[in-house]
Design a protein around this ligand. Structure first.
Ligand code: 4NP
Length: 152
């Protein structure tokens, strides 16, 4: 089983979007049983607020026919490092914050999602910059390339 944790700042926009896009992708390929997939935040604010998936993220998932269930934000914990094989941030700031929580990335588990593509770069935060469509297409592209990487 391959255990994948998607991580962003708040765990209400990008990382739950990536969680459900990737779950749908592996499901459509008949690989559901091969994976354990979850998402988490670097920040504790939304966990304290018991915040669910942001409405604009739900809207784009619905528009793209991606099934999802409610996900309440939870902050990344140090012991997640042992529980997951891949810890995938959305942007460089997430990677820095992830390493603050988990310590030294001894097993090279921490990457940005788009590091698996031909054009490694950040997925900008739609919470601040507001383009959930481009966030979705970045996440879709990253998940496709990550799955291709795993198959190799
Ligand atoms: P996310 O976006 O990291 O993609 O979930 C954010 C959502 C909420 C906040 C920041 C980023 N916030 O500060 O509450």
């Amino acid at each position: 089983m391959i255990r994948v944790l998607f991580v962003c700042l708040g765990n209400i926009c990008r990382s739950p979007m990536a969680e459900f896009v990737f779950k749908d992708m592996v499901d459509k390929k008949g690989l559901t049983k091969e994976f354990y997939i979850d998402s988490a935040a670097t920040d504790d604010y939304n966990e304290k607020m018991k915040a669910g998936i942001y409405p604009d993220t739900k809207d784009i998932l619905k528009e793209m026919n991606i099934p999802f269930i409610e996900h309440i934000s939870r902050q990344l914990k140090k012991d997640d490092y042992d529980k997951f094989d891949y810890i995938l941030g959305m942007e460089e700031r997430n990677v820095i914050d992830i390493k603050q929580i988990i310590g030294v990335d001894k097993e090279n588990k921490v990457h940005r999602l788009l590091d698996f593509t031909e054009k490694p770069r950040d997925i900008i935060d739609p919470w601040y910059y507001g383009n959930f469509d481009s966030t979705y297409y970045d996440i879709l592209y990253g998940c496709e390339k990550f799955l291709e990487y795993l198959k190799k």
